[in-house]
Design a protein around this ligand. Structure first.
Ligand code: B12
Ligand code: SF4
Length: 354
């Protein structure tokens, strides 16, 4: 039974302070009307910007109608968790073509499980306070339009690079949600502060931001290195540089990230020296080593084949080097056709000068 004498304003304040004790930096509350975002979502799909991410086309209206995903939902509690580790010396790694750039969100433990566990604890605390209530927790784990919900909940605005930006915290954060049937008071959306800045659009190595607020995922290095399981389009490979897992360029250049604070979350700290590893060292990991060293990390999801594929592209982009040529030659007969094809491409680039 639900406690009939609830003060929902007080409950919302309490949930926000509990959210902080669970390691979230901000909590906001939105209603479930995403009708303003629905046509844009359809446009994005119609242009095929989702590429091979078929999961974006499935689930019908559930993605933009929360009450269809979880019947009874009337509010969404949206939460932000910052992930930027301190001292990872990003420019130094990005500018060293022999080093592997891994996007900063993926250096530590996989955020999906961690955030859902924290959300579950928070939801259980709410249950203990209010009695029975309907809820479900998400962290990039279901058809949920996380950025629009967070924008409505006042956590920030969707920037021109399409990530959510917060005036005090930049954009280096994850989002998570609790869908609930509690009639909590709503937070107000904040204004968009991108102004006339187009730095993210200009810096994108593959020109994936085809217009303000419009991302053609098929060109985005994050998609190419993480989501795509096939051959990387040849014309995009030279533009990827040394980015072997995800990409952060559009966030790095964003002026609002001057205000981002590094996380002290233990689980988000870099593991196995992945924040500045040598490409050659990672390329030489055996499959067993790959699975051992990526245990509990989001990187594991791409599998060993795509790991080698991505590093081969970066080695093809590195300056000519005998050691690189030897390492590539070593994998010319790899059992995976995908790996062989990217290794041959890289070898052609490495030996083009001879
Ligand atoms: C699919 C996906 C991707 C795809 C596509 C990205 C994208 N922009 O959609 C790829 C693989 C490329 C990707 C990359 C990354 N992702 Co991602 N991704 C998702 C996922 C699963 C769905 C996003 C989605 O719904 N896309 C659909 C399209 C239509 O959305 P959209 O491009 O944002 O378009 C909307 C708005 O821009 C707006 N809009 C469109 N046109 C216009 C025009 C105007 C004028 C206006 C005002 C608005 C507007 O309406 C659209 C509909 O809502 C979410 C998790 C989730 N369930 O939400 C994580 C998520 C968005 N990703 C996240 C992260 C961290 C990343 C990366 C930074 C990872 C990395 N370092 O490599 C990059 C960033 C790349 C980038 N510039 O966006 C975080 C973002 C956190 C934040 N601060 O915003 C999320 C929320 C995951 C999480 N739980 O934390 N991702
Ligand atoms: S993540 Fe990289 S490739 Fe993708 S839009 Fe941003 S700058 Fe471009």
């Amino acid at each position: 039974m639900r406690n009939a004498t609830l003060d929902f304003q007080q409950l919302a304040d309490t949930i926000k302070s509990w959210g902080k004790t669970q390691g979230f930096q901000q909590v906001g509350i939105a209603d479930i009307d995403l009708s303003a975002y629905e046509p844009r979502f359809h446009e994005w799909l119609a242009k095929e910007f989702h590429g091979e991410m078929r999961y974006m086309t499935q689930h019908g209206a559930k993605r933009y109608r929360p009450e269809e995903l979880v019947p009874g939902t009337i509010r969404v509690i949206s939460l932000r968790m910052d992930y930027l580790p301190a001292d990872t010396d990003i420019p130094k790694v990005l500018q060293d073509p022999n080093k592997a750039y891994i996007s900063r969100y993926a250096l530590g433990r996989d955020y999906h499980k961690l955030i859902r566990k924290r959300l579950q604890s928070l939801a259980e605390k709410i249950s203990a306070e209010v009695g029975e209530h309907g809820y479900r927790t998400f962290a990039d784990s279901a058809p949920v339009l996380e950025k629009p919900l967070a924008e409505k909940a006042g956590l920030g605005w969707i920037g021109k690079h399409t990530n959510l930006i917060n005036r005090q915290a930049g954009s280096w954060f994850f989002l998570g949600e609790i869908y609930t049937d509690l009639p909590l008071p709503l937070d107000e959306a904040v204004k968009n502060h991108c102004g006339s800045c187009t730095a993210c659009i200009e810096i994108c190595p593959t020109q994936a931001i085809v217009g303000p607020y419009q991302l053609d995922a098929r060109r985005c290095i994050s998609y190419l290195t993480i989501e795509l399981r096939e051959s990387i389009p040849v014309e995009l490979r030279p533009l990827m540089g040394n980015r072997i897992y995800g990409c952060d360029d559009c966030q790095l250049v964003c002026p609002w990230n001057r205000y981002a604070k590094p996380t002290d979350e233990k689980d988000f700290q870099p593991r196995h020296g992945l924040s500045a590893a040598q490409l050659l060292e990672l390329f030489q990991w055996s499959e067993t080593e790959f699975f051992k060293k990526t245990e509990g990390s989001a990187i594991r999801r791409i599998g060993y084949e795509c790991w080698l594929r991505n590093i081969a592209v970066a080695l093809g982009n590195a300056p000519q080097d005998e050691k690189i040529i030897a390492a590539l030659q070593d994998k010319m007969m790899h059992e995976s056709e995908l790996v062989r094809e990217h290794v041959m491409w890289a070898l052609d680039r490495q030996t083009a000068w001879e």
